[in-house]
Design a protein around this ligand. Structure first.
Ligand code: C5P
Length: 232
């Protein structure tokens, strides 16, 4: 699986997104489109960014009954994205249905990864609201195993979990890790962070980087720095 830097395009309009992407006149970055931008602009934003030559991670985190997820994945697959995701909490059967829906008639499909436990959910919240009485790390590892058994390609996880996920699910099981910050940069609201170089060392396959690039004075330079540190 190719290592790459994915820029989280957390903007609320096509206009802001394009004025950001217009700065990248050389290498076209892999971009993540999340719920905010997708709900603001609809599927046309995906087609337009794709037309400009970017790879796309469509981060919509599906979670519903297997039949609904299967049909929705079939629609997303036609958008020709490169990567998409769902919540592992939807169960193994939902994940298998997702793969069926996502697979195109020619047998190809986007990379499908699972969200294990959101990094905003801590152990106390899991116990109180979800009645899950296990350490977060065990839950993340278990969800990753269920995702792997269902045939998914990988998981979104904290960079601190990437090594353990690889040893549990195999080195080809993809880890996509947010929470990346430059050594001399602002941490912001992220609690557990790693530099791109550290993420490379622990074996992350893709890093998702938002504000360190989108809010930088020179986003292209910040992106290039990220690529140099992570890909080398
Ligand atoms: O700006 P920043 O680099 O913190 O952006 C990280 C991106 O990764 C955001 O789009 C955020 O929603 C996403 N993300 C995350 N932590 C997770 C899952 C996704 O930060 N556990």
């Amino acid at each position: 699986m190719g290592k790459d830097v994915i820029i989280a395009c957390d903007f609320d309009s096509a206009e802001k997104t394009f004025s950001f992407l217009d700065k990248f006149t050389g290498r076209k970055p892999f971009v993540k489109i999340g719920m905010e931008l997708y709900y603001a602009e609809g599927p046309s934003i995906v087609r337009e960014i794709k037309k400009r030559g970017h790879k796309i991670f469509l981060d919509l985190k599906l979670h519903d009954i297997p039949n609904t997820v299967k049909k929705s994945m079939a629609v997303l697959s036609r958008l020709d994205v490169d990567m998409t995701n769902l919540h592992a909490a939807g169960t193994g059967r939902m994940m298998e249905a997702a793969i069926e829906g996502l697979t195109r008639p020619d047998g190809t499909r986007p990379i499908l990864i699972a969200v294990t436990q959101l990094t905003s959910t801590d152990e106390e919240t899991m116990r109180r609201d979800l009645l899950i009485d296990h350490p977060v790390k065990d839950v993340v590892m278990h969800y990753a195993s269920v995702a792997a058994a269902a045939g998914l390609d990988g998981v979104v996880c904290s960079p601190l979990e990437a090594e353990a996920v690889h040893s549990r699910c195999g080195k080809d099981f993809v880890t996509v890790t947010p929470g990346v910050r430059f050594a001399d940069g602002d941490v912001g609201d992220q609690k557990r962070v790693m530099t791109p170089a550290e993420a490379k060392k622990i074996g992350s396959d893709y890093i998702v980087v938002g504000r360190p690039i989108t809010a930088a004075e020179d986003p292209v330079a910040a992106y290039e720095r990220c690529c140099n540190e992570f890909i080398g």
